[in-house]
Design a protein around this ligand. Structure first.
Ligand SMILES: Nc1ncnc2c1ncn2[C@@H]1O[C@H](COP(=O)(O)OP(=O)(O)OP(=O)(O)O)[C@@H](O)[C@H]1O
Length: 281
């Protein structure tokens, strides 16, 4: 598919060009690429917020083209939950419970049922029950973002699409949030699609990676395949995960790594072997 912003006007601009790919059910897919490469534009096609200018997007058994009627898109919006950058900016209700219940109620769920659902979602995102009656605006930034995510999860999506979900959080908050998505992926079998500039998160969590550049999908594969060629990454303004960069630096001191470790566990294992067992003895 291809997508042109403001197609047919003098302001037309390419967003995506000839992108062909499949995001598998149950996968944890990361989308990387430098600023303006088309990541957010691609995400918005995953729940038909944008429709392809040419070509098709197939979500489950629904085929979206430029001609698809907006009326037919509601089930897709329920199935594919979208967490935008700085999702907390979209909170607006008087209480956390009402904010989380807003989506399900809008989709026809009875109010009492939706509030029960809100209580369950607060648990799922790791917030205490007493936030339910608070104003979302009295919470910390990290808590507000969790409330926004709870509102998306309340729709019971099978796919969770995340656009830089940890931007602006401190390291501990980032780590907690990434662990939360990992739990949803592992325990509930959710398909996760993550746009990120954090190569460490790609190495730690993703099983598949799409690399975007100037609206094109220029490479896809496992994290190991994507991170195997540092020069190629540099040419596309991308870096190595910190662990891999550290291992590469250690090769200058005589250490040998094959393959280059992508996670701290892999680095520790390979180092232990080379320094006589180390902590593993
Ligand atoms: N609403 C818009 N109208 C016109 N052009 C747009 C619009 N949004 C994005 N674009 C253009 O489409 C291209 C892809 O942008 P997109 O936001 O998808 O990139 P991105 O990879 O998500 O960038 P970032 O990492 O900065 O979020 C860019 O050239 C951008 O300028």
């Amino acid at each position: 598919m291809s997508f042109t912003y403001q197609a047919g006007t003098p302001f037309a601009g390419d967003g995506l060009k000839d992108v062909t790919t499949t995001i598998k059910d149950g996968s944890y897919t990361a989308i990387i690429g430098h600023t303006g490469s088309g990541k957010s534009t691609l995400l918005q096609h995953l729940n038909a917020l944008l429709k392809p200018t040419t070509g098709t997007v197939t979500i489950g058994d629904r085929v979206i083209t430029n001609e698809t009627n907006n009326k037919n898109l509601k089930p897709i919006r329920q199935q594919v939950g979208m967490v935008f950058q700085f999702a907390e900016n979209q909170l607006f209700e008087q209480t956390v419970a009402k904010d989380i219940a807003f989506g399900p109620e809008n989709f026809g769920m009875a109010s009492a049922e939706a509030e029960k659902q809100a209580a369950a979602m607060v648990d799922l995102v790791g917030l205490p029950q007493d936030v339910l009656e608070k104003s979302p605006f009295d919470l910390s930034g990290g808590q507000m973002r969790r409330v926004a995510i709870a509102g998306v999860l309340a729709m019971k999506p099978t796919v969770l699409v995340l656009d830089e979900p940890t931007a602006g959080l401190d390291p501990a908050g980032r780590n907690d949030m990434m662990k939360m998505f990992q739990r949803l992926h592992e325990k509930q079998g959710m398909t996760i699609v993550l746009v990120t500039h954090q190569m460490d998160d790609v190495a730690d969590y993703a099983d598949h990676v799409l690399v975007m550049d100037e609206g094109h999908l220029i490479k896809e594969g496992t994290p190991r395949e994507i991170f195997q060629n540092e020069q190629w990454l540099e040419n596309h303004q991308l870096g190595l995960p910190k662990t891999a960069a550290m291992a590469r630096d250690l090769t200058k001191q005589g250490f040998r790594f094959d393959p280059l470790p992508l996670t701290t566990d892999e680095l520790a294992d390979q180092l232990a072997k080379q320094i006589g067992g180390g902590a593993h003895d």
